[in-house]
Design a protein around this ligand. Structure first.
Ligand SMILES: [Zn+2]
Length: 446
């Protein structure tokens, strides 16, 4: 009887240990300044003031990385960047390097951009401007350097992997407003503040990843200093509040959301403080453990544009509007070479940590309807939704927004050098894509 009891006890201890081992995570954090050294043009507004280099900086911009590793040594790498948006080229380049160096597949790498409108121009979004050779070299060299800097942040994070406690929670901040025309009746917002913390085994905070769905456009097109906008200030404020930590901001589905009020550095600081307080509130009162095995999925959904309207581009190429002219030139030359420019391979990614947390990451300037839909489907307590992830190619509207028209579905596509508005089935295709990646990681609708 006694032997039987000890045997049972041993079995119980082994199972407990195995279960604890299977649940635990390791993490490492890395960071690298990405503020351009050469005078750089700022990215985000086509205002006349912006046709000259930035006049210095208010604070540094960063690429920051968290690497998380589960008990089976599967890793996920999350990188945040204080820039307008990473190009397909940079995203692919970093993906290739991460695969070569760490054998981590693309589905386990999430790259996010804060969408600050006071960060440096990044090739190829410079395509919309008339650059002289010297400026073009500065922009092209910055893109290469940014790729290397992101890799350095990742290298630092991988080198620092150690056992940690991870937790998540959700707060609230209300300075994001739907910016579409006042005549438009449906003006949804997403005021959630998702928070992920990494602490050492004694509970000392090491990193905080937090998000918000709101354009980093507190500073306008006449602002000429490098600045991370409210997200830059929120990260600085967090790092000042908890000395030694790394604070990382990820952008949500903010395509149609602006900060309010906006227009001055003081307001960007104020929104940063508001967001920081919301994050601190969550850390103090509302955290649950994040643990378990990592699962990831990444798919590309072919989003469609209508057939090329050649007579329209023939009219636009003689237009006095330089942006229409430039797009028409590119579209006609693609047409004449027989290239396919009627679909875009749109990446959608999902990451899961056991039963405790999932992250849905969508590319482009995703409008807020997508995050509200996903949270309704899968429950907002255990789901983070990121927009502006992996690459930012243009706005990603819903059917409603395409039908309503306006900047996001229509005129912005000229500046993004896209063939025209998306087909209305873009929403249906993306929702099916979200369902596919969530199914791949084993998360069911609630
Ligand atoms: Zn935008």
């Amino acid at each position: 009887m006694k032997a039987y009891t000890s045997c049972f006890l041993f079995f119980f201890l082994v199972m407990t240990y195995m279960d604890g081992g299977a649940q635990s995570l390791k993490a490492g954090i890395g960071r690298k300044v990405i503020t351009p050294k050469d005078p750089a043009w700022l990215n985000g507004y086509a205002s006349p003031q912006r046709f000259s280099p930035a006049a210095g900086k208010d604070h540094d911009l960063w690429a920051k990385a968290i690497v998380l590793e589960d008990a089976s040594q599967k890793r996920v790498i999350i990188v945040t960047t204080d820039v307008l948006g990473l190009s397909h080229e940079i995203s692919e380049d970093v993906g290739r390097k991460v695969k070569e160096k760490y054998n981590v597949p693309r589905s386990q790498l999430l790259l996010n951009s804060s969408h600050t409108h006071s960060g440096p121009m990044i090739w190829p979004s410079a395509g919309m401007f008339d650059y002289d050779t010297q400026n073009m070299i500065v922009v092209a060299e910055y893109a290469q350097k940014l790729t290397n800097d992101i890799m350095e942040a990742i290298d630092g994070a991988v080198a620092a992997l150690h056992p940690v406690k991870v937790a998540s929670g959700n707060g609230n901040a209300t300075f994001g407003i739907n910016r579409r025309s006042p005549e438009i009746k449906i003006r949804p917002v997403d005021h959630d503040v998702p928070v992920l913390t990494i602490s050492d085994l004694q509970g000392k905070l090491e990193a905080v990843l937090f998000g918000y769905a709101c354009h980093n456009t507190t500073l306008g097109g006449n602002y000429m200093k490098i600045n991370g906008d409210y997200a830059g200030y929120a990260q600085l404020e967090m790092e000042a509040s908890y000395p030694g930590i790394t604070a990382l901001f990820f952008q949500g589905c903010a395509g149609d959301i602006n900060p309010h009020p906006r227009g001055t550095v003081e307001l960007a600081m104020q929104h940063g403080k508001t967001l920081c307080s919301a994050v601190q509130d969550v850390i103090k009162h509302n955290m649950s453990p994040v643990e378990g095995l990592i699962k990831t999925a990444l798919i590309e959904v072919p989003l469609e544009f209508p057939a090329l309207d050649i007579p329209q581009y023939q009219r636009e190429i003689v237009s006095e509007d330089q942006y229409l002219q430039r797009r028409a030139k590119l579209m006609l030359s693609a047409y004449n070479k027989g290239w396919n420019v009627t679909t875009y391979k749109y990446p959608i990614q999902a990451i899961r940590f056991g039963k405790s947390l999932s992250i849905l990451a969508m590319a482009g300037e995703t409008v807020v309807d997508y995050s509200l839909w996903a949270k309704k489907q899968y429950g907002k307590e255990r789901l983070f939704v990121a927009g502006y992830s992996n690459e930012v190619m243009c706005y990603i509207p819903t059917k409603r927004i395409i039908q309503e028209g306006g900047y996001e579905p229509n005129s912005s596509m000229i500046y993004y050098v896209m063939p025209g508005p998306f087909m209305e089935n873009v929403e249906e295709k993306i929702l099916k894509g979200i369902q596919a990646v969530m199914k791949d990681i084993g998360v069911k609708p609630q």
